[in-house]
Design a protein around this ligand. Structure first.
Ligand SMILES: [Fe+2]
Ligand SMILES: [Fe+2]
Length: 163
């Protein structure tokens, strides 16, 4: 087990708590997947496993976990204004990263990954962006979802377990 003290600082940051609350409020009646802390943590674990298996990256566990727990933090704004939460969220979370002790270089890597997390993972993405984009889908249990027939993301392929 590796300690991730800066990730723990993130989740105790007042801005993280405030924006998480806004997301939870905005998604109270949402029929589709929600974007609470459980989703961020699932994405963190899956993205990190993907990167370990990829063996082609030097990203630290703290950087991957930080990006994952923060990647949807700007969702509430998309519900209010229609702005893309990946782009808005990447700027929104910068003060949280700085206050949690991440270096300017790490902030750059994390915000790029967050900006890319909705893009096609097969495209030209940074290693972190690709890991987040894959993990974002793999973190969902579409097979037993009651909203699958109405979900734009769902395809029969998603019933299959991928490892
Ligand atoms: Fe997202
Ligand atoms: Fe997500």
């Amino acid at each position: 087990m590796v300690s991730v003290p800066r990730v723990n600082r993130i989740i105790e940051n007042p801005l993280f708590i405030e924006y998480s609350h806004k997301n939870n409020q905005a998604e109270q009646k949402r029929a589709f997947c929600k974007h609470g802390f459980d989703h961020g943590l699932a994405v963190a674990r899956i993205a990190y496993i993907y990167l370990l298996e990829d063996k082609n990256t030097s990203l630290s566990k703290e950087v991957v976990y930080a990006a994952a727990v923060l990647h949807d933090l700007g969702r509430w704004r998309e519900y209010e204004t229609g702005e893309d939460h990946a782009l808005f969220g990447a700027d929104l979370i910068k003060p949280i990263l700085r206050e949690s002790g991440f270096t300017p270089g790490e902030v750059e890597v994390i915000t790029q990954g967050i900006r890319e997390h909705r893009l096609d993972p097969e495209g030209e993405l940074s290693p972190l962006g690709r890991a987040l984009a894959y993990a974002d889908d793999w973190a969902r249990d579409c097979r037993s979802c009651r909203s699958q027939v109405d979900c734009y993301k769902y395809s029969g392929e998603m019933d299959e377990i991928k490892s």
